[in-house]
Design a protein around this ligand. Structure first.
Ligand code: TRP
Length: 353
């Protein structure tokens, strides 16, 4: 039976600083996946510029944030020797394939994208064409490498469905060309239909000030989140100040229902320790928050302060970071170039041989 080579692709936008939610929700998963898959991790700088300039912060901020996100990948444990780490704009195939996909994707498909509606807000006429086209570029990111597995948060599953729709329509529209040029993988077509891997047991990390809201880079209060660049003292202070309720911790998970702040802090403890929530409650159930918070401070500082330290060390040498990205871009391009050449051949574009 024909199969595609298993390959993971994922990316984050270089906008603002990454936080604990990005770490527990995505990066720890990316790190683990290196053991089982070939992994390509991208810093999607071309996606970053789709929002208005004041949102992404302008050229100097884009450069800074690209290096910072790269440093976060590495400090969290993504190994640039094993995995490929690069920024999107250095590999021309992303834009080239996105153009072909622009002619495959239908307006009706893009009109259904809920994230565009959220990001564009009320004044859709003022949104950039790039923001509208964002999901098509994302499909190109993934399929340029024929990636089969894509770790993403739940907010991206609709974009993954669109990616599969684009892959399928390309495979169908060009099926004769693919077959006659012998470029298909058995009867599966040219592109795989990539699967979303929504993060398994990792908790949804919520704001430290309001357990019903997601931890977010756009929250006005810095105390609502733990940034990956926060030092030990800042981490400790934010946890000590984190909102709780007056009751003792429950001994079982169902006791967390209706107590979003308790649930969040227990989830964070579980995520950072690798323990199940049930076991965290076996250990801390019945006790007051003060004792639990002391343990959580120790754990969070032990796990996260070294990452912040490593990021600072890496960021002090921007040339080294740029070299990681440059080498990653070369390795990425080596995978992408033959696939893009085949796409051009399938479509019928004449090219130099
Ligand atoms: N849209 C993704 C996000 O905001 C980022 C992204 C861009 C991505 N291209 C991708 C994620 C390809 C996975 C695969 O989270």
């Amino acid at each position: 039976m024909a199969t595609f080579h298993q390959r993971v692709f994922s990316g984050m936008q270089p906008t603002a600083t990454l936080h604990l939610g990005n770490y527990l929700g995505a990066l720890t998963n990316w790190v683990a996946m290196q053991k089982t898959h070939e992994c390509i991790y991208c810093v999607v700088d071309m996606h970053a510029i789709t929002q208005s300039l004041d949102v992404w912060g302008g050229p100097a901020e884009l450069t800074r944030a690209t290096r910072e996100v790269t440093a976060a990948y590495v400090a969290a444990g993504v190994d640039p020797k094993t995995s490929i780490i690069f920024n999107q704009s250095q590999v021309p195939g992303h834009a080239e394939l996105a153009w072909v996909f622009n002619t495959v994707a239908r307006l009706g498909w893009l009109n259904r994208m809920t994230q565009f509606k959220e990001k564009a807000g009320k004044d859709k006429e003022a949104a950039s064409v790039g923001l509208y086209d964002y999901p098509v570029l994302m499909a190109a990111d993934i399929l340029l490498y024929k990636a089969t597995h894509v770790p993403v948060g739940e907010d991206q599953t609709q974009h993954l469905e669109l990616t599969r729709d684009i892959a399928q329509k390309f495979n169908n529209d060009f099926s004769e060309s693919i077959a006659s040029k012998n470029l298909g993988t058995g009867d599966l077509g040219f592109f795989p239909l990539p699967e979303a891997m929504t993060q398994g047991p990792a908790p949804r990390v919520m704001s430290l000030r309001d357990g019903t809201k997601k931890m977010s880079k756009s929250d006005a209060s810095d105390n609502s989140r733990i940034n990956l660049t926060d030092d030990a003292e800042t981490i400790a202070q934010k946890i000590r100040k984190a909102k709780t309720d007056p009751d003792a911790l429950p001994s079982e998970e169902k006791g967390l229902e209706g107590r979003p702040e308790a649930e969040n802090l227990v989830g964070i403890y579980a995520g950072l320790s690798g323990m199940a929530k049930t076991d965290v409650l076996v250990q801390f159930g019945g006790g007051q928050f003060s004792g639990f918070k002391t343990a959580l401070v120790d754990l969070a500082v032990a796990k996260l302060a070294p990452i912040a330290g490593e990021m600072r060390r890496l960021l002090a040498e921007p040339d080294h970071i740029d070299a990681i990205l440059g080498e990653g871009a070369q390795r990425a391009a080596a995978i992408a170039a033959p696939i893009m050449a085949e796409v051009k051949d399938i479509v019928g574009f004449v090219s130099r041989r």
